[in-house]
Write a protein that binds this ligand. Structure first.
Ligand code: NAD
Length: 463
């Protein structure tokens, strides 16, 4: 099938390459010329394990190509994915500027029946809103490019359908998640569009794709469950899922804070409750809280959507508050440990919001480092993949390129991201480089007993 993916970021690039891998003809579009130039040269603009090999393979096979020419790409393809960003506005609601631009562009280039898929996370009702923009754009015939002759087509509603197909991939395991999703959600008023979407995903749903390096064999595994529904419900599923997971993390962090005061061990408590099949063990790791490009903005956006209906989201508001406090709790812990922050040297292990990604959007590590720098500490940071200082990071924070630099002369080390690399460090040797061997493990990632036996004054979260 002929697919156009608009927005070649974490979601669009992975979606595009995976659809190419199962045999579709995919054009990935982005208005960031630098990104497209890199991709045309098989240089990845993001860090995602396994991505580079798949991009190379599918570009060589001709299934995947990259362009900045959005009009041409829409004209030539039948299935159009919208995968642009929907970042938060200052009031917490979703900024739909990029989705709007793309919808207008689709309207200007609608030369045949097309399915328009909202894969970007968009507020409830956005499916109808996208339809409206496309219709308006076709009706005005505004700016049709490439010689397509559809100016003033008043029957635009007849030649496209909108589908909501929310994305659940996790950065760091995005390719696995695309081939082995827990479910595929398809929301539309059009049965024809749903049927075509099922055809598009057929090889994933029925486990009929070729073995991919580093992924498990799919043979013999069960078909992927499909949730077929209306547009609004599909949009709600995405927000509700992310809000639930974020709330689960805030819940365990609140329990961890009680454990810490009461002398219980959150690791054992989480294990004890996670083994209850009604609860489940995942997303029960106490730590410095959730961040990234999805949870913070999606939970906030859902509270804003609810407010439009006069609903106060007390539970979600609390989940957000607990999360904000959890980041600041690390700063308090640093104060309790060092007494005076001013003039102290603090090394931070990990910048990205979670391991195996270079994404630093709303990373808890950044909030913590900015606060410590504002309190007068000399802050040094090391991340296995992030090698440039993110814009949101206080520019006084010193980026280090090896872990020895982080430990050298430091009064405290904070582990902020649980990169696998941090398990295997030679803590005995590194500890000897410190001025004072304080260690706060913001992810409960290392063994308390081992770190204490090496002479570290070690503390975690809720242990
Ligand atoms: P991203 O910022 O990595 O990528 C978005 C891309 O869209 C950028 O490359 C940008 O240049 C491009 N773009 C913006 N306007 C454009 C236009 N007019 N024409 C062409 N390209 C344009 O964002 P992302 O992380 O991939 O997220 C995309 C959407 O998917 C968001 O709504 C997000 O909430 C959702 N989502 C993200 C994840 C995730 O883990 N990142 C998971 C599930 C859902």
């Amino acid at each position: 099938m002929k697919v156009c993916v608009i927005g070649t970021g974490y979601v669009g690039l992975v979606t595009g390459v995976c659809l190419g891998e199962i045999g579709h003809n995919v054009i990935c579009v982005d208005n960031d010329e630098k990104k497209i130039k890199m991709l045309k040269n098989s240089i990845m603009p993001i860090y995602e394990p396994g991505l580079e090999n798949l991009v190379k393979k599918n570009t060589q096979s001709g299934n995947l190509s990259f362009t900045t020419q959005i009009g041409n790409a829409i004209l030539s393809q039948d299935i159009i994915f919208i995968c642009v960003g929907t970042p938060p506005l200052p009031d917490g609601s979703a900024d739909l500027r990029f989705v709007e631009e793309v919808a207008k562009e689709i309207g200007r280039n609608l030369n045949s029946y097309k399915i328009i898929i909202n894969k970007s996370t968009v507020p409830i009702g956005s499916g109808d809103w996208v339809s409206m923009i496309i219709n308006d754009s076709v009706a005005t015939g505004n700016g049709i490019d490439n010689g397509a002759n559809h100016s003033g087509n008043k029957n635009a509603a007849a030649i496209f359908d909108v589908v909501s197909n929310p994305e659940f991939l996790r950065e760091g395991t995005a390719i696995y998640d695309t081939f082995f999703p827990d479910r595929i959600v398809l929301g539309s008023a059009s049965q024809k569009a749903i049927d075509l979407m099922i055809k598009l995903y057929e090889k994933v749903i029925n486990r009929r794709f070729e073995q991919i390096d580093s992924l498990p064999d799919s043979k013999g595994t069960k078909n992927i469950p499909l949730v077929k529904t209306d547009l609004v419900s599909a949009e709600m599923i995405k927000y509700a899922a992310n809000s639930f997971l974020a709330t689960k993390i805030s819940y365990i962090n609140e329990i961890a804070n009680i454990c810490e005061k009461a002398g219980a061990d959150i690791l054992k408590v989480a294990k004890g409750i996670g083994l209850d099949s009604r609860i489940g063990a995942r997303f029960l790791n106490a730590g410095i809280g959730w961040g990234g490009s999805c949870f913070p903005k999606d939970v906030s956006a859902l509270t804003k959507i609810a407010a439009e209906y006069g609903i106060t989201t007390q539970l979600l508001n609390s989940a957000i508050n607990v999360n904000n406090q959890q980041r600041l709790k690390m700063v308090q812990k640093a104060q309790e440990t060092l007494k005076i922050i001013k003039g102290k040297t603090i090394g931070v292990l990990g910048i990205s919001f979670k391991p195996n990604t270079d994404d630093t959007r709303d990373a808890p590590a950044i909030t913590i480092m900015n606060n410590l720098a504002n309190l007068g500490a000399k802050v040094k940071a090391y991340d296995p993949i992030v090698k440039e200082s993110p814009e949101s990071l206080n520019q006084k924070v010193i980026l280090c390129f090896d872990t020895e630099e982080i430990f050298s002369g430091s009064d405290l080390i904070i582990l902020a991201t649980e990169w696998e690399e941090f398990i295997g460090l030679d803590y005995e040797k590194l500890g000897a480089l410190m001025r004072d061997k304080n260690f706060i493990d913001g992810r409960n990632f290392l063994s308390k007993e081992k770190m204490q036996s090496l002479g570290f004054k070690y503390s975690g979260i809720g242990i």
